[in-house]
Design a protein around this ligand. Structure first.
Ligand SMILES: NC(=O)C1=CN([C@@H]2O[C@H](COP(=O)(O)OP(=O)(O)OC[C@H]3O[C@@H](n4cnc5c(N)ncnc54)[C@H](O)[C@@H]3O)[C@@H](O)[C@H]2O)C=CC1
Ligand SMILES: O=C(O)[C@@H]1CCC=N1
Length: 272
């Protein structure tokens, strides 16, 4: 693979760079990262041995693949000064920013070869989930390249249309936070039931890990796994009855609908 430029060297860029190097997908000297934060640049150079730049133009000038990993609100400001170079060179651009459409990426970058992704933070550990969609101009080899790249951070799923990315944002993009919220609540309740904070945390975290691993590896679905924990007339049954009585499924549905709607709003808000 030739030179890859990352614009923005924050959490998600670090996760992707870490994955690429860990998997042996690319060597550190093929990666160029630009970020205005000096500390950020130092950390990346020290951790991975990648080339770092304060100037975005320098990072993209020799790259055939550009990964946009800045906050959505920064995207227009970041792309417009790069437009002359990007439109002349037409590299493959992969954006991981929430709420920035392919149409706006094309308008601001002058580049037609675009892949829009929605990853999530477990990418940091190589167990991320990324939804992906490509613009029409993207050739099959470039799709394969984008896919290989994001697979360095976990699984990838190609979407039928760009509209689906809002649902992916609501499901897997924001999803880690929903599980963290449940873990927080379980730790708090364990303490209320008399456990020490430390014991409650230890047990809640290991339970989340165990349940996640079981759900991911079992040859039956989550509903069957739940039934296997739920002895008739036992304790789990009471707890599940309480969750269902408080309409947990409706709450999850409303929360994901709200996240999906917000993703749509961001698409519009950030699109001028
Ligand atoms: N954190 C998450 O769970 C997810 C984030 N995303 C998307 O990933 C993107 C990056 O998010 P994070 O890595 O979490 O943010 P972050 O804040 O950790 O990283 C952004 C980086 O961009 C740098 N930056 C700011 N201005 C810049 C400029 N003009 N030129 C170059 N770099 C600049 C910042 O110094 C920072 O290091 C966002 O667009 C976000 O929507 C997508 C999926 C999940
Ligand atoms: O909360 C957000 O807007 C971003 C997108 C998905 C996860 N974090």
């Amino acid at each position: 693979m030739s030179q890859i430029a990352f614009i923005g060297g924050g959490n998600m860029a670090t996760a992707i760079i870490g994955g690429l190097i860990r998997q042996g997908e690319v060597t550190a000297n093929a990666i160029r990262v630009s970020d205005p934060g000096e500390q950020q640049r130092q950390n990346l150079a020290q951790s991975f041995g990648v080339q770092t730049f304060a100037d975005n133009l320098e990072a993209v000038s020799e790259a055939d693949l550009v990964i946009l990993a800045v906050k959505p609100q920064m995207m227009k400001t970041v792309l417009e000064p790069l437009q002359a170079t990007l439109s002349a060179r037409q590299p493959l651009i992969i954006s991981i920013a929430a709420g920035i459409t392919l149409a706006n990426l094309e308008k601001w970058s002058g580049c037609r070869n675009l892949v829009r992704c929605m990853p999530n933070t477990p990418a940091l550990l190589g167990v991320g989930a990324t939804g992906m969609v490509a613009s029409e101009a993207v050739e099959i080899e470039q799709r394969t390249l984008a896919d290989r790249l994001m697979q360095a951070t976990g699984i990838t799923v190609w979407l039928k249309s760009e509209q689906e990315i809002d649902a992916v944002t609501a499901l897997s993009g924001s999803g880690p936070a929903y599980f963290f919220l449940l873990i927080e609540a379980m730790i708090e309740s364990g303490v209320k039931l008399g456990l020490s904070e430390e014991t409650s945390r230890q047990l809640a975290l290991q339970t989340a890990l165990g349940a996640g691993q079981m759900a991911a590896n079992a040859d039956v679905g989550p509903a069957e796994l739940r039934r296997r924990v739920t002895s008739p007339g036992g304790t789990t049954e009471r707890a599940i009855f309480t969750f269902e009585g408080a309409h947990l499924r409706d709450i999850v549905d409303a929360a994901m609908q709200a996240a999906n709607d917000r993703a749509g709003e961001l698409n519009r808000l950030l699109g001028d």
